[in-house]
Design a protein around this ligand. Sequence first.
Ligand code: G4P
Length: 296
Amino acid sequence: MTIQWFPGHMTRAKRQIQAKLKLIDIAIELLDARVPLSSRNPMVDEILSGKPRLIVLNKSDLADPKVTEQWIEYFKYEGHETVAVDSSTGTRIGDIPMKAKEILKEKIDRQLAKGMNPRAMRGLIVGIPNVGKSTLINRLAGRNIAITGDKPGVTKGQQWIKTTYEMDLLDTPGILWPKFEDELVGYRLAMTGAIREQILNVEDIAFFAVRELVERYWPAMQERFKLDKAPSDPTDSDEVVRVMEDIGRRRGCLVSGGQVDLEKTSGIILRELRSGNLGRITLEAPFPAAAGRPGE
Ligand code: G4P
């Protein structure tokens, strides 16, 4: 889904989500486990303020499990319960209603004390485009539902989707925008495939990816692309380009004259990274010792 975000759209998105918050018990904030910071909306605390919230690290099948555990700890420290799931296969999605029930325990207990029969919990999934909102809703529902975002100007009644758990979901997830004024965020989202390549140049994205991977996941790079030795200085652009050229040669991406076709090579690098062929990779770590620099 391609969305052009302008200030007016952001204001509308914020209002639309806040209107939905009145209908629900809990907000489910979906993040990409490979880039939990870059896939986070910069205003999410303000937008969801006052609502019980569960953070869900999606696409954890593609992320470094060690760092995912650290993110769970980190968000807990921030005061948010967090679970890691893979919506494409449904792995651990049952943790979502289970944790939600824990978060809402007091409310549910109060209803029980009043002799009320608690109804199914009501949730809203929010997140940036391509983080996996529709995939998760379909998995929780146990069937395929055509999920659309809110269309500006179209007013329609909210529908509840019954899931196979004690939880109903609003049929239109809340679509949030990333912090795209930050160039680093843009590149990281492009590396994961959340931002389409038409917006940023494919060679630039691959250059950025190789630079990060050389620094953080050199053994995986070396093994996958059969590379010789690590560049002595991964911050040196010439050395990064040399790694890209080595990969191109290994994969036979040559043009006449024996030059490496960097565009084709870039396509291969990004495809392998996104499909998990390079292994489970996380680009952002909460603690310095994990996947690299803290908080980046
Ligand atoms: P959205 O509603 O938030 O915009 O995202 P959507 O569900 O459309 O998911 C975006 C892409 O991410 C889809 O791939 C989807 O299959 C993939 N995806 C969602 N959750 C997971 C997950 O936990 N693990 C992995 N590995 N992938 C996930 P796509 O290539 O755009 O579409 P498709 O080829 O799967 O149809």
